[in-house]
Ligand binder design. Structure first.
Ligand code: ATP
Ligand code: MG
Length: 648
């Protein structure tokens, strides 16, 4: 495919923190002398005791240990709230937009302080102390933010479980974290539908058994009546009325844990990713400032759920550490209409908008009109995260949503990395649709081959990171061995991301998909992203997922699952047209051997395609689909299997 390059728009060279030379100089400084670089950057947060020991990290092979700013003392909630109060007490910290467009509210930093303190006092009165685990199972309402910040204030470790997870998934996460305190709501509200959160908690706790969970704090969201177990369950509003809105903060060591977050499960059993205090906050705040070029007064909206790391780092901690106004959205992009995102942008004057490729691809299906009927003139910058963004979707996002005016920052990172590692800076980096472009400060990506040999220049292989960065996860909660095994044993001495990537002649990084998903056709290794992007570039295709399957001659054949645009019908003719299209776009080697038209693809609850399951279906291994508990819609899989079976 022909490669397009978008120059930095001229207004951005003036307004942005850094231009290209500025980026290069700062990046080089960060690699040349990490100690000095990060000692300086650490000053962006407030320390009760400033760190003198900056970096103490070891990627093995003997031991893997990661410590940043290790003798520093701070508190994340203090940094996100208290230190802003004398300058921005009356500034809006959180704009909350409800599921129903008639519901929204603005919470100032002063109000946020009071709410968080009340929540913290409720927890403290029930015995929550530094180091205790608190499970948060909430809809996207301000109380979810209060709960997380209240934990940070007390030094308790939060484990946020996405509100769309089942009682089983919730139970296993409560058990793994051994958390005695749960914060939830009576029900959630998404797309006009109620989500039975408290009912799910009750079912989960039945599975967990007695003697583990002592307290369940229930926020009233819909007001529906729910079962309340006396002595264990208490309503938040009733408890809040009894406590003060002042609460002392705990002094935390930089390496004290801040949170556990179980990964979304695209690849297998969820892991309790553990993040700590100082390094995480420095990294989240710094990336939020530079990648989104955040300036005082900007209205910033990240559409993720707080149940994902993106919600942790870029709805809450990064923005609030920077004293930003951050928008929190309870609903879905398609309710009450498919224009909702753009209407919210107009309603609140959003300047910076950060969403996922899955949302963009689904909104593309409905065409331009639902976007174009809104103004969006407040928008200045767009962002993408979660999967490789197909160039076709990138172009649509850029042209239709951003009116060809707003740069797109395609941010590559992981739950494990804590914050963004590869992304453009809007004033510094020319953009190539589909590429996450260049490493952030302090990040040393390398492309290695299967044997671990470091490839130089333009190359394709596996993506590793050669040295630590402050936001990196420290361990798998309760299982350091699994941490070492998962991330440091494939390429000893290096952090293995699990992603494949290509670096081009300009040093730009292109994530080609997960290494587990790589296809080997007649000896040619191919990432899934490229073939999928070619399919998505066809005007009748809205989404595509590509996997390998055993093929007598080629070793592996290419099996493509294709979802068509609204109104398009599957046909034998279209199948042939798509095969020819991919041949033309990439080459004969990439022609799909089988195409299955699918009304929907199996996705995680954060919207990522689960190729692991598609691979099993393509291999006719219906009995061993693996862990499917994180599937957003299990019905999709039955559908795919039925159609696969019919075809044989
Ligand atoms: P699990 O690790 O449990 O299987 P997951 O990897 O989907 O789940 P996350 O940590 O949320 O959980 O996602 C990180 C992964 O998402 C990356 O490793 C990469 O595969 C993909 N990803 C995220 N952002 C981008 C991006 N901008 N471009 C390409 N891929 C991305
Ligand atoms: Mg992962």
């Amino acid at each position: 495919m022909e490669e397009k390059i978008y120059d930095v728009p001229s207004e951005w060279t003036h307004r942005a923190y850094l231009d290209e030379a500025g980026y290069r100089a700062k990046y080089e400084a960060s690699i040349k002398d990490p100690e000095a670089f990060w000692a300086e950057e650490a000053k962006r947060i407030h320390w009760f005791k400033a760190p003198t020991r900056i970096k103490n990290t070891n990627f093995g092979p003997e031991t893997v240990s990661i410590r940043w700013f290790e003798d520093g003392v701070t508190n994340v909630a203090y940094n996100c709230i208290d230190r802003h109060l004398h300058t921005r007490g009356d500034q809006v910290a959180i704009i909350w937009e409800g599921d129903d467009p008639s519901e929204s509210k603005k919470i100032t930093y002063r109000e946020l302080a009071a709410e968080v303190n009340r929540m913290a006092n409720i927890m403290r009165n029930r015995g929550v102390e530094k180091g205790d685990r608190v499970t948060i199972y909430m809809p996207m309402i301000p109380e979810a933010a209060y709960a997380m910040l209240a934990c940070a204030r007390l030094g308790a470790i939060h484990s946020v479980v996405f509100g769309g997870f089942s009682p089983d998934s919730l139970a296993s996460r409560i058990q793994d974290a051994k958390s005695a305190f749960i914060i939830t709501a009576d029900e959630g509200l998404r797309g006009g539908r109620k989500v039975p959160l408290k009912v799910n908690v009750d079912a989960a706790l039945e599975r967990v058994g007695a003697g583990v969970v002592d307290h369940v704090l229930v926020v009233r969201r819909t007001g529906s009546s729910v079962n309340m177990l006396p002595g264990r369950d208490v309503y938040y509003d009733e408890a809040a009325a009894q406590v003060s809105d002042e609460c002392p903060y705990e002094e935390m060591n930089a390496e004290d844990p801040l949170f556990i977050l179980y990964t979304s499960g695209s690849t297998g059993t969820p892991k309790g990713v553990l993040h700590t205090t100082g390094g995480y906050l420095v990294h989240a705040a710094m990336t939020h400032q530079y990648v989104f070029d955040y300036h005082d007064g900007d209205i910033y909206w990240c559409t993720a759920d707080v149940g994902w790391v993106t919600g942790h780092s870029y709805i809450l901690y990064g923005p609030l550490a920077n004293g930003a106004t951050t928008l929190m959205f309870e609903g879905v992009p398609t309710y009450p209409s498919i224009s909702r995102f753009w209407e919210v942008i107009d309603k609140h004057g959003v300047n910076i908008f950060y969403t996922a490729p899955t949302a963009i691809r689904s909104l593309m299906q409905a065409g331009e009109e639902p976007v174009k009927k809104t103004s969006r003139k407040s928008l200045r910058l767009l962002g993408s995260v979660g999967e490789p963004i197909n160039p076709e979707a990138w172009e649509w996002y850029h042209r239709v949503v951003g009116d060809s005016r707003c740069p797109i920052v395609d941010t590559w990172w992981q739950t494990e990395t804590g914050g963004i590692l590869i992304a453009p800076l809007p004033g510094a980096t020319k953009l190539k649709p589909g590429s996450a472009t260049k490493p952030f400060f302090g990040v040393q990506p390398q492309v290695v081959d299967a044997e671990g040999k470091v490839l130089e220049g333009a190359a394709e292989g596996n993506l590793v990171i050669a040295d630590s960065w402050p936001g990196q996860m420290r361990t798998v909660y309760g299982d350091h061995e699994r941490f070492v095994q998962t991330y440091f044993s494939t390429y000893p001495g290096k952090y293995f991301t699990g992603d494949g990537c290509r670096r081009d002649q300009d040093g730009y990084y292109w994530i080609t998909g997960r290494v587990d998903d790589v296809i080997n056709v007649s000896g040619h290794r191919m990432g899934t992203a490229e073939v999928e992007s070619a399919l998505v570039a066809h005007p009748k295709v809205s989404e595509a997922a590509v996997v390998g399957y055993p093929h007598d001659i080629k070793g592996q054949g290419i099996y493509a699952y294709v979802t068509l645009m609204a109104g398009e019908q599957p046909s034998e003719e279209l199948r042939k047209e798509l095969v020819a299209w991919v041949r033309k776009e990439i080459g004969p080697i990439a022609s799909p051997d089988l195409i299955q038209f699918a009304p929907g693809l199996p996705k995680t609850r954060s919207g990522k395609i689960m190729r692991r399951i598609l691979r099993k279906i393509a291999e006719d291994e219906f009995g061993s689909l693996g862990d499917t508990s994180t599937l957003a819609d299990p019905g999709v899989v039955d559908d795919l299997i039925t159609n696969r079976q019919n075809k044989r």
